[in-house]
Ligand binder design. Sequence first.
Ligand code: GLU
Ligand code: ZN
Length: 304
Amino acid sequence: MTGRFAPSPTGEMHLGNVLAALLSWLSARQQGGMWKLRIEDLDPQRSRQEYADRLMSDLEWLGLTWDGEVIYQSQRTDVYEQYLQQLHALTYPCTCTRNEILTAQAPHESDGRIVYPGTCRPKGAESQKSKVDSLITSVDRPAAIRLMVPDEMIEYEDRVYGHQSVNLATHCGDFILRRSDGVFAYQLAVVVDDAEMGVTEVVRGRDLLLSAAQQIYLYRLLGKDVPTYSHHPLLVNSRGQRLCKRDQSLAVGALRERYSAQDIIGRLAYAVRLIPAPEPVTPQQLLTYFSWSKIPNQDIMMDD
Ligand code: GLU
Ligand code: ZN
């Protein structure tokens, strides 16, 4: 059994990221499994080594220790390229600029999702919405690479959110595997890396619950074993907005000045109902209390 934490070094770690790390660590360690760390620094514009360093220092401070070498996605483009080649028969170039910009966003920012209408899908290939105008495409532009998706349900179980059934054709359409600027898409990299790192359990925020469908489709095409999925509720502020890297007050750096690691772990553990009171606790001590059945599926309000 192997779990992992896969943060993007695009800002300081905030409490929501700590929750993902903590739950994934607890689940892996409770099963006597390994827990690995992967830095998702695919996007050179948004990623900074300084944030990766801060992240690792915060994890160590919190007592969330990982096994083996840290994997950096930025060093694995050759590997992604090989897997992309394997999928060649099912992919096609796309020059739709508007879409490539939207898809280049981090996965958790794409809640106002758009469904790619199949504009550049080769003629003759099965297409759901082939009549969309192609005026915005231009052959002079560098192309993104899209994967054709079938018009059928992908079914899976999430340990917290239960049975999911997603039709990729209506959920996202043919999705991007490599952006027009050459940067590999999160969806491809996450599957390749989790498969190659031997990850058997994926734990992360529920903003990525439906992304699992795209990922499962890729696992099947690549002939790899699909991991189990456990998505957790999101932490929201008093206005009901999800915590993000802009919420500086709940960034770990700021919290470290006011609280101990045990205080923070205790607050989070209480918030997800692992312990009956928000008392200081170490991740190690929490192992006795941890159970997926306790984790609520409602988002959690967290004030600073
Ligand atoms: N890198 C993604 C993030 O920071 C998480 C990806 C994953 O856990 O699958 O939101
Ligand atoms: Zn296109």
